[in-house]
Design a protein around this ligand. Structure first.
Ligand code: ADP
Ligand code: K
Ligand code: ZN
Length: 433
């Protein structure tokens, strides 16, 4: 099933024409209604006349997260506040939150793109979907909620937390879909197992998972543990929230809804476009947003794009899995390490639980690199030799994948904190110095 076939399967040339028309329109809009963008364009010596097609996008200035902080709270709104009907905010890790405002039309576009995702996952108006993303300033809950309503499904607006009750209602209400972070899904799976309710009694079939990076191995884990198909949904507050893109039944890339959000991949150092298919930083221009349009917004997410038509019939460009955010990349003894690489290794080894914590510090001017993992009950042993062999096994595998030997610390089962939202996988004590 395809929600909006005309758009999702549009001939690529036609799509570029549509994008060109929309880009011209949004550039006119920000030039006239946003002092911030007008100033930026004037500094570069360009006017809306310089933008005649989507190919001219590279003439436009980039926008970064700091611009949102500098203009906190409403400096980037391109319409009067009377037109803004909703605010969301993301805390990020440091500094002031970033704030995003939506007009009524922006909200309907958001509900449209989430609907495209849900239909692609095989959900319909006959299905109940439990939304266990947090409701509030975070975009996850209300974003997924609007999408489910839009396809006519039955929303179960759980929000996150209260894990026992989540399980009970998922069971009693016969939820077919579950929308939450992959880490919360893992926690829910663990809780279901402990509840003693047989998995067969649940109607769950579809996972709507996103808001944090996750790996193919995590997908396998979740699909097995919950007996579902686990699909990726991608998004970020600055662009709208979840639903900027979603996977289809082929599960071979996340389709980006490029009639609304135009993606580019640039080299994060030179800011030049990378060769097609190469990895770089994902940049979005919102083509239809009214409230707070983003021009060439640098997401800091690292990925690559696939332009070939997908086996599902959709022509919408696909994005490969997000490797991580450039800000999440750790540099340990000069080696670049992504938490997703660590996750991938841990999930590949059946002896370990899929939970981990990376602790980095600096001792005597040298970086220390520790990974805390839980051994599965069946593999846990009092024999020191067995535990040492397990540590060696995982450390060697890490060495070959990352190129760096971590210190492995085996911790008690269930001692690594479970997450109800975005999991925190890294403690970098070097940043405190
Ligand atoms: P915050 O910046 O506070 O985390 P957001 O909720 O806006 O707030 O987070 C958006 C970011 O979350 C994205 O830029 C990306 O790094 C990550 N993200 C969201 N969805 C996915 C996904 N499906 N896969 C990988 N990363 C994702
Ligand atoms: K208003
Ligand atoms: Zn597809």
């Amino acid at each position: 099933m395809i929600w909006n076939e005309t758009i999702e399967c549009m001939d690529r040339e036609e799509m570029r024409k549509l994008q060109s028309i929309r880009l011209k329109r949004v550039v006119e809009h920000v030039y006239h209604n946003s002092p911030f963008y007008r100033k930026k364009m004037q500094e570069m010596g360009i006017t809306p006349n310089d933008i005649q097609s989507i190919d001219d996008i590279a003439k436009l200035p980039f926008t970064v997260k700091q611009d949102l902080r500098d203009n906190y709270p409403f400096g980037l709104m391109a319409v009067p506040m009377s037109e803004i009907v909703r605010l969301h905010a993301s805390s990020g890790t440091t500094g002031k939150p970033i704030v995003v405002g939506y007009t009524r039309k922006d909200l309907s576009v958001w509900a449209e793109v989430v609907a495209r995702c849900l239909i692609a996952y095989g959900l319909t108006k006959n299905d109940a979907v439990q939304v266990s993303y947090g409701y509030g300033l975070f975009t996850g809950g209300l974003g997924a909620h609007a999408g489910v309503e839009n396809i006519g499904g039955t929303v179960i607006p759980m929000s996150s937390g209260n894990t026992q009750k989540q399980i009970q209602l998922m069971h009693d209400f016969g939820a077919k879909g579950l929308a939450c972070t992959p880490s919360y899904a893992l926690y829910l799976a663990e809780t279901i197992r402990e509840s003693g309710i047989p998995l067969e009694e649940f109607k769950l079939r579809v996972g709507v998972f996103g808001a944090e990076p996750w790996t193919e191995n995590m997908r396998k884990e979740l699909e097995e543990k919950l007996n579902i198909k686990a699909y990726d949904i991608y998004g970020l507050t600055e662009i709208c929230g979840p639903g900027v893109g979603g996977e289809c039944e082929c599960q071979n890339g996340t389709h980006l809804w490029e009639d609304h959000f135009f993606p580019e991949i640039v080299d994060p150092q030179t800011l030049q476009p990378v060769a097609p298919g190469e990895v770089g930083e994902l940049v979005f221009t919102t083509l239809t947003k009214e409230g707070m349009p983003m021009i060439r917004y640098r997401t800091r997410d690292l990925t690559s794009l696939i332009y070939e038509k997908c086996a599902c019939g959709r022509t919408a460009v696909r994005m490969n899995r997000i490797l991580g955010r450039s800000d999440d990349m750790l540099i340990i003894r000069g080696v670049n390490v992504f938490p997703s690489q660590v996750e991938s290794v841990i999930l590949e080894l059946s002896e370990f639980e899929p939970h981990y914590l990376i602790v980095v510090d600096r001792v005597n001017n040298t970086d220390t690199f520790q990974i805390q993992v839980e051994v599965r009950q069946e593999y846990y042993s009092d024999e020191i030799n067995k535990m040492i062999a397990l540590k060696k096994k995982i450390a060697n595998r890490m060495q070959s994948v990352i190129g760096l030997q971590p210190d492995i610390k085996i911790v008690e089962p269930r001692s690594i904190e479970r997450s109800m939202g975005k999991a925190k996988h890294v403690i970098d004590n070097r940043k405190l110095v």
